[in-house]
Write a protein that binds this ligand. Sequence first.
Ligand code: SF4
Ligand code: SF4
Length: 473
Amino acid sequence: MKYDKKSLKAEEFINHQEILDTIEYAKQHKDDKEMCLNLAKRAKDCKGLTHREAAVLLECEIPEVEDEIRRSAIAVKERLYGDRIVMFAPLYLSNYCVNGCTYCPYHHCNKSIKRKKLTQDEIRAEVIALQDMGHKRLAIESGEDPVNNPIEYILESIKTIYSIKHKNGAIRRVNVNIAATTVENYRRLKEAGIGTYILFQETYHKEDYEALHPTGPKHNYAYHTEAMDRAMEGGIDDVGIGVLFGLERYRYDFVGLLMHAEHLEAAHGVGPHTISVPRICPADDIKKEDFENAISDEIFEKIVAVIRLAVPYTGMIISTRESKRTRERVLRLGISQISGGSRTSVGGYVEEEPEEENSAQFDISDRRTLDEVVNWLLKMGYIPSFCTACYREGRTGDRFMSLCKSGQIANCCQPNALMTLKEYLMDYASEDTKKAGEALIKEQLLKIPNEKTRRIATENIEKIENGERDFRF
Ligand code: SF4
Ligand code: SF4
């Protein structure tokens, strides 16, 4: 098998030998200070890095270079994403699963977990609870089970979610994280109006992948790895990739992840919309010590920084698996989306489940409410954004990417962030959050460079104050 990033065959675009050669290349060049410094400085131009260049930076331990990597990542983040952080919440529909993934408590052999699947009425109740918190963007999650969770169930659930209008609440974007499926099913998901299709690779190392997924359809490495190609063939042009760091040696997965991004760009003309960076964490039946490749906070931060440099236009997501402290540190380095007030159990928003009924996929480190997370972001100077405008305006796929690359998207993101934050403050915020948010909006409105946009955004914010909702650029 030879490496070919345009190929549609998993073992050619994620080529094992190319990953090994890249890791070797990184080791050979990691002490070349001049080369590493140049790479870290050059990446400030927001033109990205190849997987080989990024691997060299990840491997380099020269303090001066590591400082430069951080500085460049912060500069890229500020230039492309400003102070905005997009908020979302996961919604677990069902934890029935036929796969045997060894790192996930939903694996079908786990008899101690309580199995649950939400009915449409229960979904309604969960969505109302999420709307009452202030969420506008969800990521639905479900185990793989053709009998309990067929595609028809997922499609019906999406329809239910979009249909609920409770007080001023609305879910305006539903991203979907379900098992790899067929082109036809991806087409149906697209027709149902999904935002991003998210599927984590877990690990790109084929042998380890097969050992970690000993049974069930997910065992098929090629079918799983080629899922995004089928999704794109089915018309979904915003896809989200990720690995579960700590399952395999992180260098291998880091290189594989960037090769996957390069492949999507080369084969379909558009790279991934988002990259998620989950780390293995404890859960029912799963202990962190069982995974000897678990990575330290320092390495994790460096991974985030170098991904930011390598794929500057791809949003980066961190979940509540990470603690407040870790989240604080990686926000500056590249994270553009975070979840808030999350529950990882099925039905967990309506009712926190008793411990003996544990149906959660993983333990949450950051247990704060959405209002506490919004408050914390505001006090650090960030703009929590509930914006979902692009997908609703048809700005997806390559259209979205070209707006990003020309810098034009920032003209939409900033006012949209402020207008959606204003909605949040009016409808859901605590007094303290409202005070901090109003002050920030006032200050940030002045920073909108285009006079006309600034004027319209200011007028819309007044209209929101007077009860109108849902403005967007
Ligand atoms: S990771 Fe996904 S496919 Fe694997 S057991 Fe968990 S829910 Fe099922
Ligand atoms: S305008 Fe588009 S890119 Fe910017 S925050 Fe909104 S949805 Fe995201």
